[in-house]
Design a protein around this ligand. Sequence first.
Ligand code: AKG
Ligand code: FE2
Length: 370
Amino acid sequence: MSSSVAPAKVSTIEEGTSQPKIARPAPYAGSNISANSKYPEYTPLKNANTTKQPALVEIPYDDRALYADPALPNLLPTLKLASKEVGLEELSPKFGSVVKGVQLASLVDNPKAKDELALLLAQRGVLVFHNQEDFFKLGPGGVTEFASYFGVLHEHQLSSTVEGHPKLLGLTGKGFSQIAKYRNSTSSTGFHSDVTYELQPPSYTFLSLLEAPSSGGDTVFIDAREAYDRLSPGFRERLAGLTATHSGVEQHVGSVKAGVVPKRDAIISSHPVVRQNPVTKRKSLFVNEEFTRAIEGYKKEESEALLGFLYQHLKTSVDFQIRALLRQYSIVFWDNRSTLHTATVDYDSDATPREGFRLTVTGEAPVENV
Ligand SMILES: O=C(O)CCC(=O)C(=O)O
Ligand SMILES: [Fe+2]
């Protein structure tokens, strides 16, 4: 049941329709902070795994959610559900859940449960698991293998990774006392979906925390499906068939300035403004301020007005947003096709570090109609 990959247009940097934007390094690109935790094997290094990556090729993607039993009998066994040993706690009625009583490490040899996990994730958009120390004990190889079950993992061309594990992107978040962003900006908020400039941006991202502040550092999510559904039929029609450019150039330039040796050239891709999720068949808005640059075929003012409205709609509508409160050994999974997210830098990492890692599954090339 492999999804067909629509040919995506790629333009060179020079040809791109990118608007001028501040060059900001990839997350965690400039840091060599070591994880001051029980698990130093997850310490990310700037310019680890410097092997150049080949140019992007088409990657087959077969969403594991499509194989799941919708009753989720392996992930949430009925008896354990009945005894309240396991359960789902809603973060909001339509969006986001905390999964209780399930140890991810115990799913390693349970492919059916992992398929069900993918289905639940596609449906709810965001899943949070707390107290997962056993998962971290699987080690860098083990956690990478776990995530690989869901598809070919994305290798970030700029971010710090764990030596010998190029897919394991290290998270060493800087707190407000150090963050450069606040020098030029009043807020750290930067809603995005991960690496949307790629030809096949990720379906699922898994973010795992080894260290976390006792409050703050929440990841905030937007439900981009609900954001689409809220638009009037006439406005949804206006968006139909539109495509937008997504640029990796500014992140590339910012990272190089921070001393990163890029493993691949920056690209600019073209994606539909509205995409459909192959699992849930729901449509969502697929634009974000970090990487989307212009509506193709529109004049500058038209493009800016339309994108400006969509960004405002997405980021100001707290009635389709949630906050995931993450602590030490919490893991959050999100579906990048249906959601946007931002880190919240409201903590002081000198006092309370926030460290961990991210694993990201390459998804299908976005399409408006699957
Ligand atoms: O640190 C966070 O809460 C989110 C960071 C982020 O955007 C990512 O890892 O993709
Ligand atoms: Fe992200």
